[in-house]
Design a binder for this molecule. Structure first.
Ligand code: HEM
Ligand code: HEM
Length: 240
């Protein structure tokens, strides 16, 4: 099978110094691939789509499983948030003083992104079913799961917002997003306010770390003690 593509080019246009060139012809030959083979491959792909093996159904949650987007949000943000706590601690204790503004700017830029993605994640959660916990889950366990997950979301948003507030109150601020554009600031320069936001930003970052440790303990308990599929379903996306 051969595909012929003709490129028309007016002689007076580019390249200007080649008036003789009217058009060019590119010929691509797929040696050994016949059109019926392509048709079979396309038909197979359509079949995979129709059976729901790929497609929008995989992206969404079901009443018993986490879809691929919710899992991507969970692991992408989980690793980034944990990394932000480690980076925040490191940048405040190790680099030489003149380098700290650089690291704090990078930290702030990733922090704005965490805030935006957490809000988008909550919107996605709102328009999707949340997988139910196993039927033998006791009342207090259901409450503990609800409260701790709510706290993870709320404290993440609080920490990032306090960082943002600190940025606007600090001089110079951390508003340049990787040097590409300015993030609007929600506070104005004020040394005392900047110090207060900074203290609270750091305090709640460690509250968040404590919540993550608890969360990790609960995940390990589900997997190794209770031996249900609650932890596994956040990894493989299968029902549990
Ligand atoms: C969820 C997202 C965030 C997390 C988990 C986080 C975490 C942290 C941590 C752990 C520290 C330092 C703690 C220490 O010194 O021991 C820190 C410091 C800092 N963070 Fe964040 N942060 C986040 C978002 C942001 C955002 C959005 C901004 C700014 C827009 C920001 C600006 C800063 C600054 C400027 C410092 C240094 C404060 C100082 O001068 O001491 N952070 N952050
Ligand atoms: C190794 C680390 C982690 C493991 C094994 C883990 C495991 C899990 C599992 C199994 C669930 C689902 C619970 C269910 O099906 O009802 C979950 C939910 C959740 N995780 Fe994690 N997680 C980890 C780290 C994190 C981190 C660092 C964060 C940071 C904020 C986080 C935030 C959340 C939130 C907010 C939910 C609730 C999801 C929802 O109901 O919308 N996780 N996690």
């Amino acid at each position: 099978m051969a595909v012929t593509i003709q490129l028309f080019r007016r002689a007076t246009q580019w390249p200007k110094k080649a008036p003789g060139a009217q058009f060019g012809t590119i010929q691509i030959a797929f040696s050994g691939v016949e059109s019926y083979q392509i048709a079979i491959a396309v038909r197979k792909l359509v079949g995979v789509w129709e059976r729901g093996e790929i497609g929008p159904d995989m992206i969404r949650n079901t009443p018993s499983s986490w879809g691929s987007l919710a899992r991507a949000f969970h692991w992408g943000l989980g690793i980034t948030i944990f990394g932000m706590i480690a980076y925040g601690w490191w940048m405040n204790h190790f680099p030489a003083r003149p380098d700290r503004f650089f690291h704090r700017s990078i930290h702030a830029d990733i922090g704005y992104l965490v805030l935006l993605l957490t809000v988008l994640r909550l919107v996605w959660r709102g328009i999707n079913p949340t997988p139910a916990l196993p039927s033998d889950t006791t009342r207090w366990q259901r409450i503990a799961a609800r409260v701790s997950h709510g706290a993870l979301y709320a404290v993440t948003i609080l920490v990032a917002t306090l960082g943002w507030a600190h940025s606007g109150a600090h001089k110079p601020d951390y508003s340049s997003w990787f040097g590409l554009f300015h993030v609007p600031q929600i506070t104005s320069p004020d040394k005392a306010a900047a110090d207060a936001y900074e203290d609270r930003h750091i305090f709640f970052a460690y509250v968040l770390l404590a919540l993550i440790v608890l969360h990790l303990a609960a995940a390990l308990w589900h997997h190794f003690v209770k031996r249900d599929r609650v932890t596994a379903r956040m990894v493989d996306g299968a029902a549990g």
